[in-house]
Design a binder for this molecule. Structure first.
Ligand code: SF4
Ligand code: SF4
Length: 201
């Protein structure tokens, strides 16, 4: 059974994504950093995503598209999976453009994933085990920060915690029995919305 997000979780997900964008913008403004003019495009980075909530939210966006557009993205996603499997088999990290990218821009911008909203700027977070992590930002951002003594950073911890809370709130005890999510965007598109029975508790 395909599982769509309850309305309340969907609304909270939209709020969380907006708060991520705002936190990103605050740091980007301080650094005078944008992606404008970059010769690179991070949408070819190989990322795996780990929550049913983001997966289902992505499908809210896909379901709002025309069937033709959805099919177009689905075909691109199938090609992505075939190519990435070949690269992984050759022990190479795939660097294939995300199937949702169109002419350099995100074709599902309002529903893009968390990592798409965080990548680029310096950040920090505290893991549940207390370990502190820092992230330097992309190579272009590092060119801006390399001589800075006090680098502004996006604090990711509370944002990640909210995503975990949404996942836990939606799945409840199903979280313990469902398989762990470890999927590319292409996997999520090709497989359709997450499948599990509402009666699994
Ligand atoms: S979802 Fe959008 S922003 Fe994220 S990698 Fe794909 S095209 Fe890029
Ligand atoms: S995040 Fe950095 S490397 Fe990626 S597109 Fe933006 S400026 Fe370029």
């Amino acid at each position: 059974m395909q599982s769509l997000l309850p309305k309340m979780i969907s609304r909270q997900m939209a709020e969380l994504y907006k708060d991520m964008e705002d936190a990103y913008d605050q740091v980007a403004v301080q650094l005078d950093f944008t992606c404008n003019g970059c010769q690179d495009n991070c949408c070819d980075s190989y990322f795996l995503h780990h929550t049913y909530t983001e997966w289902a939210y992505l499908w809210e966006g896909l379901n709002a598209l025309s069937e033709e557009k959805r099919e177009y993205f689905s075909e691109k996603a199938q090609r992505y999976i075939l190519e990435s499997e070949k690269m992984l088999a050759a022990e190479k990290r795939p660097d294939i453009m995300c199937p949702l990218n169109e002419d350099g821009l995100c074709g599902l911008y309002s529903h893009r994933m968390m990592i798409c909203r965080l990548h680029g700027i310096p950040a920090m977070m505290t893991r549940p085990d207390g370990k502190q992590l820092t992230f330097p930002g992309c190579f272009r951002c590092q060119e801006i920060t390399e001589k800075m003594e006090d680098i502004p950073r996006m604090e990711r911890t509370a944002l990640f915690q909210r995503l975990v809370q949404l996942e836990t709130g939606w799945l409840g005890s199903r979280r313990k029995v469902l398989p762990k999510v470890k999927k590319t965007i292409a996997d999520m598109i090709v497989q359709g919305p997450p499948l599990f029975s509402a009666s699994v508790v």
